[in-house]
Design a protein around this ligand. Structure first.
Ligand code: ADP
Ligand code: MG
Ligand code: MG
Ligand code: MG
Length: 392
């Protein structure tokens, strides 16, 4: 709905809004705390002290703060985020937070409180296995991607969705900070001086940059399916039994392999934070994600395709092998940019001491470069495991 003039909420006005929306009993005793990371968005946690029931209000800010700098950033991403959550809920209702209310003008999404779960990056860093994580993410990927693609939809309906999910400003962030800057000597990069030789090797690697250029071009032009756009382990809440994907403000129509690659890369980056004997669980997660993705995508392809060519022998296998190749390429780019680009991951940055951290980052760069360049030769998760292990 569109109701009011935009204004950032405070803890007090956030509570007033939940009262106005009658999201709690009249008898409730409400407390409110802002719990966001504070770079792009506000996240309010409102809780009834009597019942412990909570809700979350996420609100986009009209600017982004990075390293003290501030630049304008469209509020339209709140519309993208709530529309993507609703679209995903059509096919994987148990894998996303419930949405209670949205307001485009206020740039807010009011949603289910997931604080009983843990962000999967933190859980993996705590050494938890998250046994169902990859089963759930494989299903999330297969269903959200297949059912928004031209394999499942009338092409006119699909083109309407491409328009609805046009997200140029957030795509530009990815185009710049994921696909471009890390591969050139520019200000926005952020790496330890000890990595300079490795970074210069990347900047001078023409073969690598040619393959990155092609992956970027595909990101720019290939409107295959509604992708989440930011599917790192910090966008996934998880427990032993539950998984919920949040934060799709980067959603747009993009390549089928994009989210898969980002998830793989973040599992690989976590593996580098661990002793070698504790890494296998991450490779198992990659293996399971791909197995479940393949199983569910195939089931949907066989039962729910509108596209008549899906009956042609060999077509599904061809699509799946291209998706895997793209995923490996995107995984490689993600590993590189999370190591030397603007936005890092705790998995690498919290490694101590410095010497071990630098070693892990050198390995991340080596594996990332290899994945981008050898993506045609790496055709299944077992090969990915051996390629990655060769550097560890
Ligand atoms: P951003 O786009 O700013 O990264 P996120 O949607 O990732 O925002 O949310 C930032 C943080 O807020 C999350 O890491 C989590 O700690 C908290 N958070 C977000 N959504 C919820 C939710 N539904 N339930 C509980 N906590 C949440
Ligand atoms: Mg954040
Ligand atoms: Mg986030
Ligand atoms: Mg976000």
């Amino acid at each position: 709905s569109k109701s009011s003039i935009y204004e950032p909420l405070t803890e007090n006005t956030a509570v007033a809004l939940t009262v106005r929306l009658q999201l709690f009993e009249d008898s409730s005793v409400l407390t409110c705390k802002e719990i966001g990371d504070g770079n792009l968005n506000l996240v309010f946690h409102i809780k009834d002290q009597l019942t412990n029931n909570g809700i979350i209000i996420k609100q986009a800010l009209p600017y982004a703060k990075v390293i003290g700098e501030s630049w304008p950033l469209t509020l339209d991403r709140a519309r993208i985020e709530s529309s993507a959550l609703l679209k995903q809920a059509e096919v994987v209702p148990t894998l996303v937070p419930k949405i209670f209310y949205t307001d485009e003008s206020l740039a807010i999404t009011v949603m289910e409180d997931l604080s009983h779960l843990q962000i999967s990056r933190a859980a993996l860093l705590d050494g938890k296995d998250l046994p169902l994580l990859s089963e759930h993410i494989g299903e999330f990927l297969a269903k959200t991607l297949f059912y928004t693609s031209d394999y499942a939809l009338d092409p006119r309906k699909k083109k309407q969705l491409v328009k609805q999910f046009s997200n140029p400003d957030l795509c530009k962030i990815t185009e710049d900070f994921v696909f471009t800057d890390p591969f050139f000597d520019v200000e926005s990069n952020n790496f330890e001086e000890e990595l300079r030789t490795d970074v210069e090797r990347i900047w001078n690697d023409t073969h690598l940059k040619l393959e990155v250029a092609k992956l970027k071009q595909k990101f720019l032009t290939s409107a295959e399916a509604l992708v989440h756009g930011d599917l790192h382990t910090g966008s996934i809440f998880a427990s032993e039994s539950k998984t919920k994907v949040i934060d799709p403000e980067f959603a747009y129509y993009g390549p089928l392999g994009f989210d898969i690659g980002h998830f793989f890369a973040n599992l690989l980056l976590n593996s580098l934070s661990r002793a070698e004997e504790n890494r296998e669980v991450l490779f198992k997660h990659i293996e399971t994600t791909w197995a479940v993705f393949t199983r569910e995508f195939t089931k949907a392809w066989e039962n729910d395709s509108l596209e008549v060519f899906t009956k042609v022998e060999g077509y599904l296998e061809d699509v799946l092998s291209q998706v895997f190749e793209d995923a490996i390429g995107y995984a490689g780019v993600e590993m590189i940019r999370r190591t030397i680009g603007l936005a890092h991951v705790a998995d690498l940055d919290t490694i101590e001491p410095l010497e071990r951290r630098i070693e892990a980052k050198q390995t991340a760069l080596a594996i990332g470069s290899e994945l981008v360049k050898k993506k045609k030769e790496i055709t299944d998760p077992n090969q990915l495991r051996s390629y990655a292990a060769a550097f560890a």
